[in-house]
Design a protein around this ligand. Structure first.
Ligand SMILES: Nc1ncnc2c1ncn2[C@@H]1O[C@H](COP(=O)(O)OP(=O)(O)O)[C@@H](O)[C@H]1O
Ligand SMILES: [Mg+2]
Length: 315
């Protein structure tokens, strides 16, 4: 459950200029000055599927752009609450979208730096009395000016443990989410059902989350497109029949335990690249051209033990 604490630098400071030469008066002017549309277009282009998520992000961006225009007229009473909850199964793109969201928030001037600090319970909660508050505060300090992404956030709450230190972390988080919402956005992530239960027991947290985005599982054709995208990004491609082989692979793999959507695709392709390399390595004298070096053939896929297991399991 322990993910490393990592910080991803934001985009070079685009942001809204502190003193825009001319205050934006139209949506187009806000979009042009902030260059936020580039991020949204990239998100649309780079991420396969996720239609409901993409449309929610457009809605949130619209809200923020209008909020900027309202501020020009002195209409903004206080910073809008931007804390969010991303629910969905593993590998559905929650972390990836959080990075893009941080860029959007940064470009529109809602956070100073636009970096993402990604944590789990272990990064926030100490083992001993007195350890939790400093740990949580340290993480919050790192995240200030950006997005704090708490993966599997419901593990912060352990009702079966009467004196669980998680509660202390939750209370500090709640306070910061309220008092410093003009410079920190918290995104809670995890499985939908567990998050629902968590919110039921933690109404304070629930009431501070303004936006709920649910990430659906990918259908097989989407997973195939994701595979194409991942391969071409690394200058590989499926050879003849390899794509069909990968399609069959996915259909078997989805039915197996621990299937993790796009993450499983990434892992399967990593293994296919290993097999491709071993295959090419075996023939020492062969002259290898760019084409051969970048092609994953059907055999590289079909050698997966997913196929062997399927055969074994067949009646
Ligand atoms: N819609 C998508 N299109 C392309 N790649 C995706 C998509 N969703 C996820 N990925 C890739 O799959 C992997 C897992 O995604 P991630 O954002 O870590 O999922 P989660 O945080 O929901 O577990 C990453 O390598 C990511 O780039
Ligand atoms: Mg993740």
């Amino acid at each position: 459950m322990t993910a490393p604490l990592y910080a991803i630098p934001g985009t070079p400071p685009a942001g809204l200029p502190e003193e825009a030469p001319q205050a934006a008066r139209t949506v187009a002017e806000v979009l042009a000055q902030s260059q936020v549309e580039t991020v949204i277009d990239e998100l649309d282009r780079d991420l396969i599927g996720l239609a409901p998520v993409k449309s929610r992000i457009r809605d949130i961006a619209a809200l923020l752009v209008i909020d900027r225009l309202r501020a020009q007229h002195g209409l903004a009473a206080q910073a809008p609450s931007l804390h969010m909850c991303f629910t969905g199964n593993p590998g559905t793109g929650k972390t990836t979208v959080a990075l893009r969201m941080a860029q959007i928030l940064h470009r529109l001037g809602y956070v100073r730096k636009g970096h993402v600090v990604s944590v789990t319970r272990d990064d926030l909660v100490g083992q001993y009395i007195g350890h939790t508050a400093p740990k949580t505060k340290e993480v919050l300090k790192k995240a200030m000016g950006g997005v704090l992404f708490i993966d599997e956030a419901y593990y912060l709450y352990r009702p079966e443990n009467e004196r669980d230190y998680g509660q202390e972390a939750i209370e500090i988080l709640l306070q910061t989410m309220e008092n410093q919402r003009d410079d920190l956005v918290v995104i809670l992530a995890g499985y939908k059902d567990r998050m629902d239960t968590f919110f039921q027991s933690n109404p304070g947290m629930s009431s501070r989350i303004a936006h709920h985005l649910d990430f659906p599982d990918y259908a097989t054709p989407e997973l195939l497109q994701i595979a194409d995208r991942m391969l071409s990004a690394t200058q590989y491609r499926f050879g003849d029949e390899a794509r069909e082989a990968f399609d069959s692979y996915l259909r078997l793999r989805i039915a197996q335990p621990h299937f993790a959507n796009a993450r499983s695709v990434r892992n399967a392709l990593d293994r296919a690249r290993l097999r491709q390399a071993s295959r090419l390595y075996a023939d020492r004298e062969r002259v290898l051209g760019a084409d051969e070096l970048s092609t994953i053939v059907a055999g590289d896929i079909l050698a997966s033990r997913v196929f062997a297991n399927a055969q074994k399991d067949a009646p």
